[in-house]
Write a protein of this length. Sequence first.
Lengths: 899, 341
Amino acid sequence: MNLSRKWLEEFVHVDASDKDFAEAMTLSGSKVELTHDLGEEIDKIVAGRILSMERHPDSDHMWVCQVDVGGGKSVQICTGAWNIHVGDLVPVALDGATLPGGKKIEKGKLRGVESNGMMCGLYELGLDERDFPYAAITPAALLNDYHPLDKDKPSIPADIQPGDKVFGPVVCAKVLECAIQPDFTFHTCLDTGDATACPDTACANLHEGDLVAYNTKTDTICTLADLRAEQAEFPHCIPDGIFVLHEEGVELGDDIKPVINADDHVVEFEITPNRPDCLSVIGLAREVSATYDAPLRLHEPVVRGGANGVLPDLLDVETPAADLVPRYTARMVRNVKIGPSPKWMRERLRSMGVRPINNIVDITNYVMLEYGQPMHAFDYRYVKGGKIIVRRAQEGEELTTLDGKVRKLTANHLVIADEHRAVGLAGIMGGENSEIVADTTDVVFESACFDGTCIRKGALALGMRTEASAKFEKGLDPLNTLPAVQRACELVEMLGAGQVVDGVIDILNHVPQPRVLCLEPEKINALLGTEISADEMVSILKKLDFQVEGNQVTVPSWRGDVVGMADLAEEVARFHGYNNIPVTLMRGQTTRGGYSEEQKLEQTLGAVCRSCGYDEIITYSFISPTCYDKILWPADYFARKSFKILNPLGEDTSIMRTTVLPSMLEILTRNWNYRNKAARLYELGRIYLPGGEDGLANEAKVLSLGAYGADMDFFTLKGVIEALLKEIRAVDVHFEGPTGAPSDASYHPGRCATVWSGSDCIGIFGQIHPLVAQNYGVDGELYCAELSFDELMRAQGPDPEYVPLPKFPAVTRDIAVVCDEKVTVGVLESAIRTGAHGLLKEVSLFDIYRGKGVPEGKKSVAFNLVLRADDRSLTAEEADADVKSILEALEQECGAVLR
Amino acid sequence: MKEQLAKIRAEALSAIEGAGDSAALDALRVQYLGKKGELTAVLKSMGKLSPEERPAMGQLANEVRAALESALEEQGKRLEAKALEERLEAEAVDVTIPGKAPKLGHKHPMYIALDEIKDIFVGMGFTVLDGPEVELAEYNFDRLNADEGHPSRDWSDTFYFDKDSRVMLRSQTSPMQVRAMDTMELPIRIIAPGRVYRKDEVDATHSPMFHQVEGMVIDKGVTMADLKGTLNTVVEQLYGKGTKTRFRPHHFPFTEPSCEMDVQCHKCGGVGCPTCKGEGWIELLGAGMIHPRVLEMAGIDPEVYSGWAFGIGLERTAMRRFKIADLRLIFENDVRFLEQF
């Protein structure tokens, strides 16, 4: 919500800089986002009058002007603009001036002639034609400015003389005289060769001696469009130039800022949805008045009325959908003269960010900004039968709204209709078929209160949130409709825009009684932790127009948000000052805070991952459905069934992942594409499996690891997983190949393992299938692991218990056995353990050899064995006996023989 | 013989002193003291002496032997020291060559910020809760006093899983307030960090998924002054002692009175600069006294109990903490980014 401080000043006087004002309002609850000083950058630009104009001695398109800038001073200024004439009132940037945008103007020479400033155009002042419609420039095509596109084939001869034919009825003519008229058009006198002509024209670039194309048939001076000429052919005949002021009461030398409303300051507020009343100048003025303890000057609209006709005869209103129309108020204006609204009104609208259109439309916007009450004006002649019916739309009913779009409606939309058809979409936008147009003569002003939810849903369904609907949807004050329509009618009379018909149509379907609350100062103080006196509370509430009698507080009609003690407490706190509330620490029963077992495990897992060199990542929980294809999950795999977002931002983020693999792969790929040589990443993320309680998801946590790089292989990854399991003292851990689950398809079938604690599968890890990597555009080896957090939780072993350090030395023996290629190290190890007689403390693989000396299809596997007794030093014989038994077991169970 | 011994002594001592390495020293030992050594030879010839001469000569010979042995030992030590010195010199390294660092992983900056916040609250007796992200609109909105027409319920703002707008991705961590009220014994002190989702396109300051930390206290006699005191303590721990804060009125459907808390801009100290958009303050979090309706809906009597709650955006906290300018970096997970923290 933008607020013009000039407009605000009409209701409450505040003497504060923008910064102080913003701070004070923010602290009392109306958050200021930004402040704009509309004229901040404008300096040393004054009104001046052109005293004389001479053609520049050394230029074919420039003028040298003497300009009276007040105080008896005149300055010489060179300009290339052609739309000015002696006597024009223009904005003059003096030497040392700054323009909007910070551009500095300094005196200098233009083609050898001194120029002591600049006359400004609209755009140079940060304005456009919407601010000053009269400043639009229509250029005539000056034949002395003709530059042929093709030098060899000019359409107009260079030596053309008055009277020479240009084409058809158009002849060359010389301007003998050009005089400005009171309506800012020009009266000219032309030499057409053998005669003279005196057409009036809007063209502003004519000066004595210019050659023009004169249409003898229509008695007009031709523009570029009339000649079907391109701009390049008349490079200086452009619709741009100096902003010639048509303002009254401007003295020469006056600062230009007030003339162009650049002396206003605009404050941008963030209004929270509970305060629709603050979406208006008056609403904010009320807050300002309470903040600054300054009197609020409200204005009671006065309407003279007296137009011909009796309102009930002219207009009848029915509200069959009474539940959606708490109140409908309307008045009528006749003999309307559509035209531009006055400058002050246009300026205020522009300051608040609203584009001026015409007096009637501007009045509705003005009232909406001032009162916060959306207004609609529609052309009475299109209300057939003089009857307005506010009803639900018929299913499929169509209406073309003011923006020219055809809207297909449903029974959930509320329309303003006559007996035959809808003429407006209630609370959202008017219909094109009843729009105020140039020849509108009778106008109905509608000032209604519609059901917020109905308007919100209706606007949403059509995807057209408007200024009006945004206000209605928050729930407006039904008592505001009448003052607003009165104000509109008052403005009509003030602007002389029409005559108001006596009487008001006012249908009250549902106007609630004022809410009365009990003021309980001790409760308010108990909630806030303050000791504010009852008197201070009462005075704060009264400032905000609450009526207080005894402990009875009557809430103003526009404060629908205040319903209980806590709301009163907030009002008191706002104006007592949030920053004056004391600062205390929590008392009362202490609670035992801390981390749960799950949270502690999360911390441990993260710490181990990081100590193994893995960086933590955060990935989106939603993925694209195509991800399942990319990781080669079979089409019928049940785990593809995912929570699907019905209104996603895009396909890529449309389903909740049931696997973390695509997320990890995406990040690995990104790093790969960034040419990072290696990446080791982990995330403790959730997957979202259908089938939870209340139709929600089972949100299981998964620890995912992902890596690539020169030193990555299956065993480096496995080492990290072993480290993780060791750190949490997981019990009965073993590794197996893939289990044949459909999700195994994502992994390299020969380099993928599952990890188990007893009979529980903790997860899967290994090299990503080359086809999956290829799907992600990676031609290297990617490694991933997916470990179930719940299983890790379950696998955690008991707290460690101290085991006495060995007192006796160990005997170590190295053995190498030859076995079939297909016998795994795991099987050999377990055979070793079976064969041992309780003296074996450690087995570790140290070599696998294939080649010379080992038969084809076989391998030699070497282990280091550590044997020890806890109660004595082992003899060599005892150790040898154990090794012998181990070797027997290896031979019997695995067919492995000592090499 | 006396002369012979003196000669051996002089020659041997000089030779020992001149021995350049332990091999030469060993050779000298053999040359003089070995079985066939020169001194040994002299000793062997003692038999030829008269019994009167023998004791004196014997003593002299022993003295020479002791002198040689001691000289050998000393020279041995000297050589050893010299050899060590030479070895150490040869082993010297260029200490400016970079070390062989073990590759350590890094915590994500956002979780660094989160862990700081968690630790602060746990220290104050708070419990850390975890809750569902796929959430019922009932918990995310209804039970938090955001009724049917509340704009945040729009399909343009919130992600839904069913046509009836019943199941959604939580748009805030605040439903954890309700879940805590429903399941925990009073008094309650919790924080609940987690992912939240809103329908915002990705840009430098927006992401459809981001993180919040919810906090809530419910007890008898809890006041807005307590809220201010607790949050000030937290901010001092996060941003340093003496960090200035201010509280501004705001609106949330589930708190009344509601506020936002600003911290004074660390860059300009409150004067106004581009970092704080000229305001001198930076918005940090939203908070307020739990709305009596919200307590009532959870079966907690607002006449007896009161409480406060807050919600803080984690990304912004982390971005401010580490001066990260673009939110997209947080979710991009480029290792060159991650390894800076």
